[in-house]
Design a protein around this ligand. Structure first.
Ligand code: PDD
Length: 286
């Protein structure tokens, strides 16, 4: 069965699905995106992802390409046409196709692409069993990383540096030595007292949808949360560290810059959050 993708009103074989060379996403990174997990046939936290898409679009004064309800139908179609039970759905909206000019085009419709792919859940389960390593890198992104734009070159380079160091994620660190977030995830620690700590999402990080759901999971498990900055040295001395994103859910971090966290094995708090996540998250059938 060939993979099917949605591009501007059409469902096409993935290998033939194209956007124009003067699409502003291609020329200016003038676009926004979302990634949702698909688990056991459900799209996870779709409401949260579409609310954030709405915010990203309005921050950039970009129009919805189709109505929200129509987009929900397209997401469901792409997931089911590709028979994805476990995997990801990706949606991207750009300001559309226009002759290259920095100013917003006036009569251009925004472009929409939706793709989905299967991922074997064992891949992440195995990763969670082993835990991942992160490196720290100086923050070098613009200050509107609260908008989920496709302008991800610093993230690409940071994650490439992580790979070169034998790690799987890079944490951006601000000039005060505090951890901001990962290249494609939010950053968390668990203190010696068992308190979850993550940076406030009002400025300087993306407000992760997984992060928001984990707040609810933590409350259910009776865990205390503090939203405050934490330093790299506090993280290295923490009882546990982990990352969160739609692609990883809650994923244990076992080393930061090659220094092991606690005994160098995944901690019990992150594993309990991971286990309870699906019960708490919103599930929409595709
Ligand atoms: N990234 N911070 C950044 C910079 C991210 O790119 C992401 C997600 C997150 C976590 O957000 P959420 O919990 O809503 O997935 C935080 C996606 C997965 C990606 O770019 O592939």
């Amino acid at each position: 069965m060939p993979r099917i993708s949605y591009v501007n009103g059409r469902y096409e074989p993935h290998s033939d699905a194209m956007v124009h060379i003067e699409d502003r996403g291609y020329q200016f990174a003038d676009g926004v995106y979302e990634v949702c997990e698909v688990a056991r046939g459900f799209v996870v936290d779709m409401t949260g992802h579409l609310d954030r898409l709405d915010r990203s679009l309005s921050e950039l004064r970009m129009a919805w390409p189709i109505s929200r309800r129509a987009l929900e139908v397209v997401i469901g179609e792409v997931v089911s046409r590709n028979r994805v039970r476990n995997g990801l759905v990706y949606l991207q909206v750009t300001r559309g196709v226009a002759p290259r000019d920095f100013l917003f085009p006036t009569a251009t419709r925004s472009s929409l692409v939706v793709t989905a792919r299967k991922i074997d859940p064992a891949v992440n389960a195995n990763k969670a069993e082993a835990g991942i390593k992160v490196i720290t890198v100086p923050e070098n992104r613009w200050d509107r990383v609260d908008i989920k734009t496709v302008g991800l070159l610093p993230n690409v380079l940071a994650k490439e540096a992580a790979k070169a160091a034998g790690a799987q994620e890079a944490w951006f660190v601000d000039t005060d030595g505090n951890v901001k977030e990962g290249g494609s995830s939010n950053a968390w620690i668990v203190t010696k007292e068992g308190v979850l700590v993550t940076r406030p999402a009002d400025h300087g990080i993306l407000r992760g949808i997984t992060r928001t759901t984990l707040f609810e999971v933590a409350r259910k498990l009776g865990l205390k949360i503090e939203e405050r900055p934490f330093s790299v040295s506090e993280a290295k001395a923490a009882r546990e560290a982990f990352i969160s994103s739609a692609t990883t859910i809650a994923m244990p971090v076992v080393a930061i810059d090659a220094s092991p966290i606690a005994n160098g094995h995944p901690g019990s708090v992150v594993l309990s959050l991971r286990q309870a996540f699906f019960d708490v998250a919103e599930k929409r059938s595709a």
